[in-house]
Design a protein around this ligand. Structure first.
Ligand code: ATP
Length: 138
């Protein structure tokens, strides 16, 4: 059993796709163990994406992530990190397989790719702790 941190990004929230996305994740066997809707501050978004600070797309990414609320979730299941990434699809919606979240709910640019998911157990631990207190996830 494993946990991963999922974010439903602003474009998917604005386009009323929260329910559809959570439905697919639950149908795939991922259990929601914690969830919060939040409008990220600049500092929160910059801190979350600190590894990308300085990259050409950083400012656009931060502007996007703070443009409207996001839904943060802790999901649990067998191989949750890999399972989630398969359901999400490739980073760029244009390259994501049909039926993946990013193909179906992503926008016309890699920035607007509808969802985030942790990419390793180490990232998952860090990202879960970034958004949730111990008492919310234990
Ligand atoms: P994946 O789950 O596929 O690894 P990710 O969200 O972890 O995607 P990162 O490489 O960590 O992808 O990039 C973080 C986010 O920054 C992406 O989800 C996307 O929104 C945005 N991004 C990444 N690369 C670019 C780029 N070349 N141009 C614009 N935005 C980008």
């Amino acid at each position: 059993i494993e946990r991963t941190l999922s974010i439903i990004k602003p474009n998917a929230v604005v386009e009323h796709n929260i329910g559809a996305i959570i439905h697919r994740l639950e149908q795939a066997g991922l259990k929601v163990v914690a969830m919060r809707m939040v409008k990220l501050t600049l500092e929160q978004a910059q801190g979350f994406y600190a590894e990308h600070d300085g990259k050409p797309f950083f400012e656009k990414l931060i502007n996007f992530m703070t443009s409207a609320p996001v839904v943060t979730m802790v999901l649990e299941g067998d191989s949750a990190i890999t399972a989630y990434r398969e359901i999400a699809g490739a980073t760029d919606p244009a390259e994501a397989l049909c039926g993946t979240l990013r193909s179906d709910f992503g926008g016309d640019n890699v920035t607007f790719n509808a969802v985030h998911g942790s990419d390793s157990p180490e990232s998952a631990s860090r990202e879960i702790a970034y958004f949730f207190a111990d008492s919310e996830v234990n």
